[in-house]
Design a protein. Structure first.
Lengths: 189, 189, 189, 189
DNA sequence: CATGAATGAGTTTTCATTCAT
DNA sequence: TATGAATGAAAACTCATTCAT
């Protein structure tokens, strides 16, 4: 009774999705360094399955955040088109980015980490988020709203760092500091 | 003459200093979570010596940074007295703080960590650095140079985070972003 | 057919049994505080396997002795039914208990230990062996063959202690002393 | 200024006594396996001093208990002379022995241990306590008060074991069980 | 393809013991 | 002789990773 290939593939995809959802949840609770076993248990699969689908931890981390990263990137042109000024668009976009970061405990640290295994995530950022942010920054610079000397990458790393929360420095604090940083960018213009 | 205490004490002090130096170096390379054994090897001592002098990792981390923290704190009143304006003093102090942070890779992360073993370091900051910074912030607020809504603690955590460096986000980037953050504080005034 | 579960489970069971056998042997030689690594080596498994199957030392100790403890407990009602007098039944049961103890060097000490990790074993005794012994003691007391003032728990602890053997105080000595203790119980009646 | 030898020797003796007192106290609290450092701290000396005076742990343990052992041994002929019957003398002597054992937590276990380092203590028992006890036992046997088949050594080991106390099996329980054992000896006569 | 038992390297931590002073 | 800093072997425990089924 040879199974139709499509069924298998669909099942495999479901497994993969389950792992991603579990990993996302565990990352929120424990950070991206959480034990593989915890993720496997949460997903209801064996650890082997995790390793099959995501040979390295970075692969898993990357996959977990790829969709949200893409969504975030896509927001840039949309905001630019809708907003009254480029800086307003930038502000809106950064708000969304921050929201993304503070919801995923540990990702900020992951972005700032020099763990060689997290290169993929870095690459993903460089390839999608940085250009998106750069578009906005360039528009702001063109409108003379921010200094042209600030690179999108550096700004995003800074924002990523500011979003590393903890006791006595929580979500709201991170949001305020990022807003302050943006204000500093504008003033520099 | 049961013992020439002075000699022994001097030797012990030398050992202790050697451990501190080794730990500082290893922290720069590997962060404050570096294996105790690595520090012992670098210091040329047994692990037991580390544990004798610094029973917990936090004790070691704290000791490594205590002197510089104290120095940094002492700088605040001095700058306030010398500077043309409170904000200039604040800027100068933050420069020194950043210098301290970027030199000690991993300390920024340590400050932001919720690792229970790092409470001592937290306490040290709260007890010395935060009041020093608060003095400057209060002076700035009194001179209407910054918004009164920014707490010294939050600002320092933010600066600490901004100083988590890595590939493509290095010392100079951190310094620029901190300056931008400060500019944002001023603008808010 | 994602997995032939039965085979795996059987193998796991075999591993578990092997660990139990190895632990039993090592306990005889070194006592229940023997290094985990020694047990792992004797069993031909990694230490991780021990920890997987028996997260705490107490879990392992308990598992090693559970079967024999249950068997011993089950003997009590049987002997009571078969024997000419309650005291004869008690004597027979204590013989079996002693046999159990002297075969497992170190268990007597384990029973007497206040090591918090051995609570499980204590609990196991209290839940199974003590009631079994109490049944016999009560019957003896009812028949006026022993003094009613002796608690089953205390008697078993005493017997456990008497069974801590060593050079110049071996199995036969322990047996004789336990018999003497029992004789003392009877005399008190 | 050459010190008079006698002064030095007296000082050394004082040190030795202090160590013995400290060791006795620590043994009561932690058992004879207590860390050497704890004893040194309690005695207010360095660990080196302990090792100088008592190269092995057994030397220390033995020295700690030697005086009391001697005292206990000396009690035997005295009780035999004073008592109405040999068995009464034996009972009194055993009471004293038990008192000695239950006051020194861990000594009972030490007596029963096959730790090769505790041979000295064993030897001390064999040389002093066993003969003392044997005198009493022999007298009892001669008076037909106990069975002649019980060796003093075995009886003392048994008593030592019965005196290993712990939670739920305390001093009073040990005393009762020892009394029961003695009763058993008598009955056997 | 999925499973999860097994592995063992890596880390922390404790303490007996030594030895320079 | 006394000191106690230093040592390092020993033991516990964790978790990433492999692989037989």
């Amino acid at each position: 009774m040879p199974e139709p290939i499509g069924v298998r593939r669909a099942q495999a995809q479901r497994t993969r999705s389950g792992v991603l959802a579990a990993a996302a949840a565990v990352f929120v609770e424990q950070g991206v360094q959480a034990p593989v076993r915890d993720i496997a248990e949460r997903a209801g699969v064996g650890v082997g399955t995790i390793y099959r689908n995501f040979p390295t931890r970075a692969d898993l981390v990357t996959a977990v955040y790829r969709h949200q990263i893409d969504t975030c990137a896509a927001l840039a042109p949309q905001l630019l088109a809708e907003s009254a000024s480029p800086f307003t668009a930038l502000t809106g976009w950064v708000d969304a980015f921050v929201e993304f970061l503070v919801t995923k405990h540990g990702l900020g640290a992951a972005l700032g980490s020099d763990d060689p295994g997290l290169e993929n995530l870095h690459a993903l950022m460089l390839d999608t988020l940085v250009p998106a942010c750069a578009t906005l920054l360039d528009a702001c610079a063109a409108a003379d709203e921010v200094s042209p000397g600030i690179s999108a990458y550096t700004l995003m790393r800074a924002i990523g760092n500011l979003c590393i929360t903890g006791p006595d420095y929580e979500r709201a604090d991170a949001q305020r500091m990022v807003a302050t940083l943006l204000a500093g960018c504008r003033r520099a213009a």
